[in-house]
Ligand binder design. Structure first.
Ligand code: NDP
Length: 478
């Protein structure tokens, strides 16, 4: 046994992760169900480090030093269970199985429990950054036992993205915590992308600007507080010209956004946890709406679009700045909601996730990497119990500075008929949080009226019910 760590599943992600490990001096055992991928890795990249190749799972396990650490990087879902079932009888107590696939955190909790019964550690690990990240340094979010992190931590930290000398990897928390946090990361990514897309749409119709001109605006924005990977690649995509037609690339792409499901998982879990992640939800639904071609066509036929073009052209600079501020404020809301969700999940499952540290490991490697995350880390460092990110001094200032712009953009886009679901729902969320009294009081009254669901009062403890059908007297509910 000579290998420090093993990787089974050598499609794009597994192959690159194995290469990254080898390049950092770890001897890597490699295995894939069909041996061609294993052979290809050795022949194409064998010179990059020490690979110990096996064609059977049994040989693969035997090639690992104990306690063994096996990374599973296969298709998420049933294939992951199949590989784990194959591994269990080959491993010994104390060994570690790491699932780096995109598993649902509830599956990870189930698998962790099963493996624990066999004396094995199961480490559900979120990996972000796509294939490029896997090779050059991803953001790594391992869950599982603290004991397993003693072995895995130094290895993972060595291959993770580094920002200011700090690796983008922490032990997130027990069992499913890593995959949960990765899921929320992807949810935030959905919101971020939707906000960017709305900003583009506003600039395009409000200014009657070309994609190339808008690319320049994004490039400019990337020099300020919005600086991030997604803003940077937005400029690249908008500037790209289709090779076949010579038209802007965005104009030849079918306008139906697809999804692999992590946004949907985030929204589903948020509903279970009772966390209003409206930005992520709107982003997920906006993708669904875009895909309903038949309904879109039917609506277009009966409600012809009369959008004014260049409705904001009188004050170009002012409008661009309004959109920038609205984007920033909406983004703060989306992140505030995402971090609320992490807190809720952490409390529900007893994970004790450190939100400031989570912000730290998203600064590099992953898709939502951004300058902004330093501000979030500082906010949680100053007050780990912060009730909402929106209440931290830096973000109070950022949102206060932007709120008038934000209102103008949402109002003007509504008037012009340009949909801004994420911009407007984020503003509604913000206003909902800060409103003195919410009409939720009326909803409670209605619920009590039709269903005797009871209500609480502002002036006394306990629950009450009004006899709506008779003399409308109030009684204390049991
Ligand atoms: P795929 O999700 O396309 O999975 C292909 C790999 O799974 C191959 O190695 C394949 O083996 C193996 N596999 C499939 N079914 C079985 C099975 N029943 N038994 C054994 N092996 C099986 O590969 P990716 O590299 O794209 O992704 C790997 C994991 O990483 C997935 O869970 C994915 O969600 C996750 N991920 C992907 C990212 C990305 O950007 N692609 C980013 C972050 C995470 P064979 O060659 O024999 O068919």
């Amino acid at each position: 046994a000579t290998a420090d760590i093993g990787v089974t599943g050598l499609a794009v992600m597994g192959r690159n992760l194995a290469r990254n490990l080898a390049r950092h001096g770890h001897a890597v055992a490699i295995h894939n169900r069909s041996p061609e991928k294993t052979r290809a890795l050795v022949s194409d990249h064998g010179y990059e480090g020490t690979f110990v190749a096996s064609e059977s799972m049994a040989d693969f396990v035997t090639s690992l030093k104990r306690p063994r650490a096996v990374i599973v990087m296969v298709k998420a879902g049933q294939p992951t269970d199949a590989v784990i079932d194959e591994l269990i009888p080959l491993l010994e107590p104390g060994d570690i199985v790491v699932d780096c696939g995109n598993a649902h955190f509830l599956d990870t909790r189930r698998r962790e429990e099963t493996l624990r019964e066999h004396g094995l550690h199961f480490v559900g690990t979120g990996v972000s950054g796509g294939e490029e990240g896997a090779l050059r340094g991803p953001s790594i979010m391992p869950g599982g036992s603290a004991e397993s992190y003693q072995k895995l931590g130094p290895i993972f930290e060595s291959i993770a993205a580094q920002v200011d000398g700090v690796p983008c990897c922490i032990h997130v928390g027990p069992d499913g915590a890593g995959h949960f946090v990765k899921m929320v990361h992807n949810g935030i990514e959905y919101a971020d992308m939707q906000l960017i897309a709305e900003a583009y749409d506003l600039l395009r119709s409000g200014l009657d600007a070309t994609p190339g001109q808008i690319a320049d605006i994004f490039r400019e924005w990337n020099r300020g507080s919005l600086e991030s990977f997604l803003i940077e690649i937005t400029a690249d995509v908008l500037a790209h010209v289709d090779g076949r037609t010579g038209r802007p690339f965005v104009d030849v792409v079918l306008d139906q956004a697809e999804q692999k499901g992590t946004g949907r998982w985030t929204v589903q879990s948020a509903l279970d946890l009772g966390v209003p992640i409206t930005g992520i939800a709107e982003a997920t639904f906006a993708r669904s709406l875009s895909g309903h071609a038949e309904q879109r066509e039917a609506a277009r036929a009966v409600f012809p679009v009369t959008n004014e073009l260049a409705w904001a052209a009188d004050d170009r600079e002012g409008f661009i700045e309004d959109v920038r501020k609205a984007l920033y404020a909406s983004k703060v809301v989306a992140y505030a909601q995402g971090f609320d969700m992490i807190k809720a999940g952490s409390e529900e499952y007893g994970w004790n996730v450190d939100r400031g540290a989570t912000a730290t490991i998203w600064r590099g490697g992953c898709i939502i990497r951004a300058r902004f995350l330093d501000r979030i880390r500082e906010a949680y460092d100053d007050d780990p119990e912060l009730p909402t990110l929106l209440a931290s001094p830096y973000f109070v200032k950022a949102v206060s500075d932007g709120v008038e712009s934000w209102r103008r953009v949402v109002a003007d886009s509504a008037r012009a008929g340009v949909p801004t679901p994420a911009f407007s729902s984020s503003l509604a969320y913000f206003d909902g949080l800060r409103r003195g009294r919410l009409p939720a009081a009326l909803i409670q009254g209605l619920r009590d009226n039709f269903g005797a669901h009871t209500y609480r009062r502002v002036d006394s403890e306990g629950a009450f019910h009004t006899l709506w059908g008779s003399d409308k007297t109030e009684s204390a509910a049991r």
